[in-house]
Each structure stands twice: as C-alpha cells, then as structure tokens.
Write a protein that binds this ligand. Structure first.
Ligand code: ARG
Length: 458
C-alpha cells in the first residue's frame, strides 16, 4: 500500500521512486508562482460559492486559510513537505491542514487548467514589468540622443563595418529607440494572447458541475475566457510568444552591447564607460572591460536557446495536457529574468557613459565620408546618378593612388569646384534632411516623434 503522501496515491500500491520524484517535481521552480496560484484558488472558490457548490462559511474558512498560506510562503516560513510535488499540491495540502473545508478547493478543477492559468497570470505580470524595464532603457537612450543633438555630435556611420557616411549621434541612438519601441509593441501583442482565462477547463473536458469560468475570469481580471477545454489545457502558444519577444529583445540588446564594446575599444575610443559599469582585469592593470555589454551580447544565446528548446518541446504533443508542458516554466522564468537584468544594467551603462565627441568627429570628418554628397551635388546639377557615382569614384581613386588631397582635386575638377569642396567640410551630414534621414532638421523631427511615443508608454 502506498504511503498516502501524494494527492493521487489512491489507486497505487507502491510508492514513487526517488528518481521519479526528482524528475517529476516542479516545486523547486514553480513555487515562484505561489501568488498567482493562490489568486486563482481564491477566484475559483468564490465562484464555487456563487454557484452553490460551497457554503459561505466554508468559503470564509478557505479564504482565510489561503491568506495564511500566502503569508507563510511570502515570509519564508512555509514548511514544504516531501510530498509537495508542485506549488499547487503544496498550497492545497497546507490549506487543508489549516481547515478541512479546503478539501473542497479542487472541486471542478484540475491541476491541468490550474497550472495553465497560473502561467498565464505570471506571463501577464512579467510582460508588464518587462515593458517598464524596456521603457526605461528607451528613455535613457532618448535622453542621450537629445543631448547629442543639442551638442551637434556626429560620428562615422558604417555599412559592412566600413566608414560610410557621417551621421548624427542622436540619429544613431534614435535607431535603438525605434527598435526597442517595436519590442514594446510586440510584448503588448503577446499580452493579448496570454490574457485568456482557462480555469474551468478541468482536466481536459470541462465539468458536469455548474461551474462558471467567466466569473473566475472576471475576478482574476482576464479580458476573455477559453472556448475549448482541450485547447485551454494544452495551449502554451502564449509562452512561446513571450519567449520569441524576449529573443528579439535579446538580439537588440546584443546588438547594442556589441556597439558599446566596439565604441569602448581603444581603436574606436568613442566612449568612456563609467567605473560602476565596467570591470578590471586581474592581470592587466590598464584594462577597463565592458563586461555588461559583452554579457548583453552573450545572453542572447540563452534567450534563443530557451525559445527553440521550448518550441521543440511542444512540437510532437498530442492533445491535451502532457507532462512535457511542465517544461514551459523554467525557460520562461529564465528569459524574463535574463532580459530584465540585462536591460537594467544596460540602462545604467547608457546613462553613465561619456561620449568622446572629438574621436567620433575625427573619424567622421574624413573627406572620403562625403563622397556620396559629392555625387549628389552633381545629380542636383542634372548629372545622372550613375555617371556622378563613377566620376566621384574616379576622383577618390586618384586621390588614394597619388596621395593628392581630395579637397584640392575637387576644387580643380571641371564639374565640381569650390562650392562642392564645401561639402568636404566637417558636419556636412547635417544636410541630409530627407524623411527619417540623419540631417539635423530630420533628426529634430524624429526626436519629436520619439518623445511622443515614449510619452505614451507610461
Ligand atoms: N506541475 C505540473 C506542471 O507544471 C502541474 C500539472 C500537473 N498535472 C498533472 N496531470 N499531473 O505542468
């Protein structure tokens, strides 16, 4: 005869093996959902009372027991029992110790709909918190962009990691703001799909009891309720959606991290990191390392791993609930924590770093960076762009081959002359004022649009 410790021992003669318990138990990681689990139980028992399945006095006792359980867990005073397989069994076991009425908590409910609902509540809370964290990073970038714009700072813009055209630093930082604003949009779309209550789906097929899932949904603040109990207990698309959002955010943070690593290098020397956001070398005293930025780059790997791993977990699952789905929580928690911490650290790094405007300017003021502007000068005077391109390319080659100064070559060129040579002067990039371009007027308009979008975030 089994020792009777588990919730399901009734039909078993023998006890579960140690290995099964260790593999099967999700308590070590799902205890993090205790608030959501208890909130779900509160809503469920209140509904049971409303539909006549619980006496008002029983409801009262159960609610008080749930309050006590929550307080005990929050205070770290909860005594976990070896039979507590997961957070659901632990809460129910303890509530039943406090009041025998709690043996009715699980009326018309299964852990299958319970866990899916808990994970949805966690996802909603995480999305709200991550949206704030990403919002703060966008704000930090925007503050630096505004400041860079006022100071008129510019740097070489790159394609293929080759210096291409000079761009305003505000334009460059603004690009990351737009990237991250898309992430905020994506999170809010993922939120909509998570925002569906599934409590009341039962193990898989609903219940003969007069339960009312829409009452539970309302009490928990969900916007809608499931339509198909089979889908409800087995759907974890919302977890994959969130992992995808977090992977894209991870990629964006990684790209920003890589940019910071490059900029902080002695070769670029575009920025100086604050001591609070850099580390030293245990061997080389001169080093100041951009570890936060490197980790932002490195963490993208695990975020992608969490997404692809969980997609693979789901792909072969028949309806409905299968224990494989217990694998939803660790990647989701890990990705949320990883993005939160990485974004927080990057925000601090962005807020405190110093731009080395002189180094940026030195790189951007090379006359070769104005080659496209020279071609555009000829186009403005009626020359087809292809001809203009090869004319300027020829001049650049001549200058590189002969070592002759490009400015004097331009000055003496029959189609160019001193007006064109003006374009080789520092700061020419500020003329590129086409829509969304890097010119100072276009960037001013862009910053205005960014301010509005960022203002709408909170
Ligand atoms: N710990 C489980 C999970 O995370 C809860 C659901 C268990 N359901 C079951 N029928 N054994 O998915």
């Amino acid at each position: 005869m089994a020792d009777g410790n588990t919730l399901w021992h009734g039909r078993f003669d023998g006890d579960p093996s140690q290995a099964l318990r260790e593999l099967n138990d999700s308590l070590p990681f799902d205890r993090r959902m205790f608030r959501e689990d208890i909130a779900g139980s509160r809503a469920h028992v209140e509904m049971l009372c409303e539909v006549g399945l619980l006496e008002a006095s029983e409801l009262q006792e159960i609610l008080e027991a749930l309050d006590l359980v929550e307080t005990e867990i929050a205070a770290g005073e909860f005594e976990w029992a070896p039979s507590d397989e997961d957070i659901h069994t632990a809460v129910e076991r303890r509530a039943t110790e406090i009041t025998p009425s709690a043996a009715k908590i699980h009326t018309g409910r299964s852990r299958n709909d319970q866990v899916a609902n808990d994970v949805r509540l966690v996802a909603l809370g995480e999305i709200d918190s991550l949206t704030e964290v990403i919002g703060s990073l966008i704000r930090a970038l925007l503050v630096r962009a505004e400041d860079a714009h006022i100071n008129g700072w510019y740097l070489p813009g790159y394609t293929h990691m080759q210096q291409a055209q000079s761009v305003g630093l505000a334009h460059h930082l603004g690009a990351y703001c737009w990237m991250l604003l898309r992430d905020v949009d994506r999170l809010s779309q993922a939120r909509q799909r998570a925002d569906v209550s599934v409590l009341g789906a039962g193990a898989l097929a609903g219940s003969p009891l007069p339960i009312d899932p829409s009452v539970v949904a309302d009490k928990l603040g969900f916007s809608s309720v499931f339509n198909n109990s089979l889908d409800a207990v087995s759907d974890r698309d919302f977890v994959a959606d969130l992992l995808y959002c977090l992977s894209i955010i991870g990629i964006h943070l990684s790209r920003l991290g890589e940019e910071i690593c490059l900029w902080a290098s002695s070769e670029f020397n575009f920025i100086e990191l604050d001591d609070a956001f850099s580390t030293g070398s245990s061997m080389m005293p001169q080093k100041k390392n951009p570890d936060v930025a490197e980790l932002a780059r490195g963490k993208a790997g695990r975020l992608l791993g969490n997404l692809t791993g969980f997609l693979a977990t789901q792909k072969g699952l028949p309806l409905t609930y299968n224990k494989d789905l217990q694998e939803d929580k660790e990647p989701m928690f890990d990705s949320c924590d990883t993005v939160r911490l990485t974004a927080l650290a990057l925000t601090g790094m962005i807020e405190t770093l110093e731009f080395n405007a002189a180094s940026m300017k030195a790189g951007a003021d090379s006359p070769y960076m104005a080659a496209t502007d020279l071609a555009d000068f000829l186009v403005e005077r009626g020359m087809p762009f292809r001809t203009a391109h090869s004319t300027i390319a020829e001049l650049v080659r001549q200058s590189l081959d002969s070592g002759d100064d490009l400015v004097s070559l331009v000055q003496t060129h029959e189609h160019l002359g001193s007006e064109a040579a003006e374009l080789l002067q520092p700061g020419v990039g500020s003329r590129r004022n086409s829509h969304g371009g890097g010119g100072s007027e276009a960037v001013a308009a862009q910053l205005e649009a960014l301010r509005e979008r960022v203002g709408n975030l909170s």
